[in-house]
Design a protein around this ligand. Structure first.
Ligand SMILES: NC(=O)C1=CN([C@@H]2O[C@H](COP(=O)(O)OP(=O)(O)OC[C@H]3O[C@@H](n4cnc5c(N)ncnc54)[C@H](OP(=O)(O)O)[C@@H]3O)[C@@H](O)[C@H]2O)C=CC1
Ligand SMILES: O=C(O)C1=N[C@H](C(=O)O)C[C@H](O)C1
Length: 275
């Protein structure tokens, strides 16, 4: 419908690296309106969300008032959406709070445990509230994961290396965990050792993520977000690699998720499920 009201969007983590990108993307989308901007960092409080994001003022101040803004969104005629790019320690409570107010969460924050994800899925499904948890919003990563699934039919040995900026709180990355899960779900065990391996330094062989798949995490200034999935077989190596050079790469996925989540009544994990 062309004459429907814009989707009211709250951005949680509004002052952060991803939050600012989301504010720009929402402001540039005629079918959305920025209803509120949340951040707990005192340096951002009361600043205009648009100005902080580097665009014209939006007359939306950054506030540390999640409950107040969710209550406001619950009053809107159109279903509201809360986009969350905060921190692994707070995202679980943020999602539960949004669902409790009937506000649809679109979540990019990583670092939730499998148990937490299961609990959130049950909570959203029980409330018949759409909720999207997307470890990676870039189309390039979805394509990499699909290529990895195809390759795993022919390769029995694989390791994952993820490389990120050194302000990242969680390791391994949510994307690497999801990539390993997608490969592990295919019903085979990888990397059966040929010799007895001994780690002379703890962690040298990375973290075991199930079915023998190992993840290695690199953190350095100068990086943004990068991932390699390396397959090996006798006499050959097949490497899949994704590199980001700007966080704008995630925005088409975030906007798609905002538009989709208001049509959903269940919990959905992964961008590939809504493409
Ligand atoms: N799914 C995807 O495609 C992507 C996911 N991510 C994930 O998104 C998350 C955020 O990343 P990024 O933007 O780089 O991180 P930043 O640290 O740049 O931004 C997070 C912002 O949220 C604030 N914040 C943290 N906790 C709370 C809280 N409880 N209430 C309100 N505000 C809070 C932080 O404030 P302060 O710094 O003071 O704590 C900060 O301003 C990470 O988990 C990251 O892995 C990132 C990129 C893509
Ligand atoms: O912290 C980041 O930057 C990113 N986090 C997500 C993850 O943990 O997978 C997505 C992307 O890798 C960027």
């Amino acid at each position: 419908m062309t004459n429907s009201l814009p989707i009211p969007v709250i951005v949680n983590g509004a002052g952060g690296k991803m939050g600012r990108e989301v504010i720009k993307a929402v402001a540039a989308s005629p079918d959305m309106t920025l209803l509120g901007a949340i951040d707990h960092n005192p340096a951002y409080l009361e600043q205009d969300a648009g100005t902080l994001a580097g665009i014209d003022p939006l007359e939306v101040p950054i506030m540390n008032d999640r409950e107040g803004l969710l209550a406001m969104a619950a009053q809107e005629k159109q279903l509201g959406v809360m986009v969350d790019f905060t921190h692994p320690d707070s995202v679980y409570d943020n999602i539960r709070a949004a669902i409790a107010y009937g506000v649809r969460p679109v979540v990019g924050t990583t670092g939730l445990s499998p148990t937490q994800i299961q609990e959130l899925a049950e909570f959203a499904d029980k409330a018949s509230t759409g909720c999207l948890l997307i470890p990676n919003f870039s189309i390039g990563m979805v394509l990499l994961q699909q290529a990895a699934i195809s390759a795993s039919r022919y390769f029995d040995h694989v390791e994952i290396i993820e490389l990120h900026h050194n302000q990242k709180a969680d390791a391994p990355s949510g994307t690497a965990v999801q990539t390993a899960q997608l490969l592990a779900e295919l019903g085979k065990t990888y990397n059966v050792p040929l010799v007895k391996e001994t780690e002379k330094l703890t962690g040298a062989r990375g973290a075991e993520a199930g079915e023998g798949i190992r993840i290695h995490s690199v953190r350095l200034p100068g990086l943004i977000a990068h991932q390699e999935v390396i397959f090996g077989a006798a006499g050959q190596i097949y490497t899949l690699r994704h590199d980001t050079s700007d966080r704008s790469c995630y925005m088409p996925g975030v906007l798609l998720a905002i538009r989709k989540v208001v049509q959903l009544k269940t919990f959905v994990y992964g961008l590939e499920k809504i493409l």
